[in-house]
Design a binder for this molecule. Structure first.
Ligand code: UD2
Length: 309
């Protein structure tokens, strides 16, 4: 059993990752500054004896050193970040600070404290608007936002450190993650949490454009399992992997599927397309399967059924 440091522990993906690590018997030291995370997300973790939470900002001077000395982790799962593409466009300086400098500090903590493995929350945003489907990890990365650029640079920083100082780094390129605890109350929220919120209130979901754009939706507990595998499977080489389902769903299909769970709800309303919206996004699942045995298990219909009840 390992001790795993999870940054961004109180976030959407972080809290599910903590729950799964604890269920597998690992000790978890969670770190969060509650900028976007919620203490309530950790309700299940708090009742576990092998969980502790440190309220701290990973970018604060000396914070990671103190935490690493105290926790002596075998691995870090680094999820603390500015999580919104739009917010990175509005405040690229904050994106640089949280997403790039934060990752550099994690890389340095791994080097200075001999931490054997780091798992990074990367993103399909590194591919930009690539026209290849499915997207393999070999596709040329061409980010089109400060967020995507910082995630790509974060991968490079960590992989460079890993090669130079002899630890292992796994970069997880998440596609469209959805599931319980995703916050619907921000203009940057994921489409599924927004649609569920609207339908629960008896309102029509709003589809940007014709609704024929596609996304590769992956359930958050699958993503958490991918993180646990990447952090704990023995004898793994450094690398990047898509974390996705390998299934493309149109927004129209998504809305139809969700409407089945909310009888009498109004039909979706179509409005003008969102500026710079990517038309199609679909990931190849092969690398994650080969590198650490990860395949998404929760089909979209099953995940939506859980969310709707
Ligand atoms: C996702 C990620 C983002 C980044 C990006 C990389 C989420 C929440 N965001 O952005 O972090 O990794 O992929 O490509 O996972 N939509 C509607 N109605 C709504 C809200 C959204 O029609 O009320 C559409 C939107 O125009 C888009 C699709 O739903 O076509 C998905 O939107 P999103 O904001 O959930 O995620 P995305 O793919 O823009």
């Amino acid at each position: 059993m390992s001790t795993v440091l999870v940054t961004g522990a109180a976030g959407f993906i972080g809290s599910h990752t903590c729950d799964l690590l604890l269920a597998a018997g690992h000790a978890v030291v969670g770190v969060d500054n509650f900028r976007t995370g919620h203490r309530s997300n950790l309700a299940q973790a708090f009742v576990r004896p092998r969980f502790c939470l440190i309220e701290a900002d990973v970018c604060a001077p000396g914070a990671l050193d103190r935490i690493a000395v105290e926790a002596r982790p075998d691995a870090i799962i680094h999820l603390a970040a500015l999580v919104s593409v739009q917010e990175s466009v509005q405040d690229p300086g904050l994106n640089f600070e949280l997403n790039l400098r934060g990752t550099h500090l994690i890389a340095e903590a791994a080097r200075l404290h001999g931490i054997a493995r780091v798992v990074l929350a990367s993103s399909a945003a590194v591919y930009g608007d690539a026209q290849t489907h499915p997207l393999t990890e070999q596709v040329e990365t061409r980010p089109i936002s400060p967020y995507g650029a910082a995630k790509l640079a974060s991968e490079a920083i960590l992989l460079g450190h890993a090669a130079a100082y002899g630890f292992t780094v796994r970069c997880q390129r998440y596609f469209n993650v959805y599931g319980p605890r995703q916050d619907p109350n921000s203009p940057y929220s994921g489409v599924i949490s927004i649609f569920c919120d609207k339908l629960r209130a008896g309102m029509a979901p709003v589809i940007f454009g014709d609704g024929e754009q596609t996304r590769d939706f992956v359930y958050v507990q699958d993503v958490a399992r991918a993180n646990v595998l990447a952090a704990t499977v023995p004898e793994i080489a450094s690398g990047v992997a898509n974390i996705c389902s390998g299934c493309a769903t149109t927004l129209n299909q998504l809305a139809t599927e969700l409407l089945n769970h909310f009888a009498g709800s109004p039909n979706p309303v179509h409005v003008a397309p969102k500026a710079a919206d990517i038309r199609h996004s679909l990931g190849s699942t092969n690398v994650a399967a080969a590198a650490f045995g990860f395949t998404a298990e929760v089909q979209l219909a099953a995940g939506l059924a859980i969310l709707a009840h």
